[in-house]
Design a protein around this ligand. Structure first.
Ligand code: NAP
Length: 309
């Protein structure tokens, strides 16, 4: 019987691991399919406190994992396939094996939102991608026109990063102003290689017949005019979808699938706590996820202490 199982190894999960490990609860931490979470796909993180020069996202997560392991956290590569959370002890099936635990901290994060086009699905990894840091340096994108879709901080970050490789980066946004923070928006819009295309949506990614990206079809949402734009890659950066499908029907969620805690990090099921992007559609920062992970760890520790009284 585990005392604490943590689902997810992003900032929230690993911070919860650090705190529960230091409370001598020897947490079992399950990585899911993306050890380190989405931050590992970011280049430089400039807004995590304590790193005035910024820190590489992968390095930050590696250090955080080492810090949690130093105090006894056990990080295991594994994906949770199903959960039985109706009452404690809770049962989790992880890669075919079942395990039981007194508490669960859900820090399963969020995945990339897709445009929802069939051409997008068919051309994924053939020029359509969701991560500039992972794929931007590939030979097929070098000295080519590239398209980034979105108007938030992620889209700005992706577009700026891609200027290292692309001949030009078209930033396609459905409105005529960016949602991104001022500093990111200004950096993006003043970059000589970045050309914004306002009020426009991608209606099709070309060319499924050739089995590679050759361009996009765009529609101006104000004029309804359709145009085609040549490009060798499409980088989709239109936000995220919480990884909470496993908990549907058991834990309280909003209409978009974000888990709604009842009090602090406690969910509607006593003994199940939540932290990070799977329950936060407002702040979604590395440092807020870390803070929520800390809170969930303290809540789990107090819950366990209460059981033993
Ligand atoms: P976001 O802020 O939610 O922005 C998503 C963007 O995609 C918005 O501009 C949105 O348009 C657009 N969009 C959404 N659905 C769309 C669709 N179906 N078709 C076309 N466009 C669509 O997401 P994000 O940029 O990933 O940022 C998430 C959070 O992480 C934010 O809190 C952000 O500050 C943070 N972040 C921070 C950094 C940093 O500080 N270095 C870097 C990356 C992310 P509308 O604007 O019209 O809604």
């Amino acid at each position: 019987m585990e005392k604490v199982v943590i689902i997810g190894t992003g900032c929230a999960g690993l911070t919860a691991a650090l705190y529960t490990a230091r409370a001598n609860l020897t947490p079992l931490v399950l990585t899911g399919t993306m050890p380190g979470g989405l931050l590992t796909t970011t280049s430089i993180v400039e807004n995590f406190p304590g790193f005035p020069e910024g820190i590489d996202g992968y390095e930050l997560m590696t250090r955080l994992q080492k810090q949690a392991e130093r105090f006894g956290a056990r990080v295991q590569f594994g994906t949770v396939e199903s959960v039985a959370l109706s009452q404690p002890p809770f049962t989790l099936t992880v890669d075919g094996e079942t395990l039981q635990t007194q508490t669960v901290i859900i820090a399963s994060g969020a995945g990339h939102r897709h445009l929802g086009l069939s051409s997008e699905d068919l051309l994924e990894k053939k020029g359509v991608t969701y991560c500039a840091t992972c794929d931007g340096a590939l030979p097929l994108f070098r000295n080519q026109p590239l398209v980034v879709v979105g108007g938030g901080d992620s889209a700005c970050e992706e577009a700026t990063y891609l200027t290292r490789f692309a001949s030009v980066v078209y930033l396609v946004h459905r409105r005529d102003s960016l949602r991104a923070s001022k500093i990111m928006a200004e950096r993006t819009l003043t970059h000589a290689k970045i050309k914004p295309i306002w009020d426009s949506v991608v209606t099709e990614i070309l060319d499924v017949k050739q089995d590679k990206v050759t361009g996009v079809r765009l529609k101006n949402v104000k004029t309804n005019k359709e145009t085609a734009l040549d490009c060798a890659g499409v980088f989709v950066a239109i936000g995220h979808v919480p990884n909470t499908q496993l908990f549907k029907g058991v834990l309280d969620m909003d209409e978009n699938g974000y888990i709604i805690p009842e009090r602090g990090s406690a969910t509607n099921v006593p003994g199940v706590f939540v932290a990070g992007d799977c329950s936060d559609h407002v702040y979604r920062q590395a440092v807020t996820a870390a803070g929520m992970g800390c809170a969930a760890a303290i809540d789990a520790e107090r819950y366990l202490a209460g059981l033993n009284q």
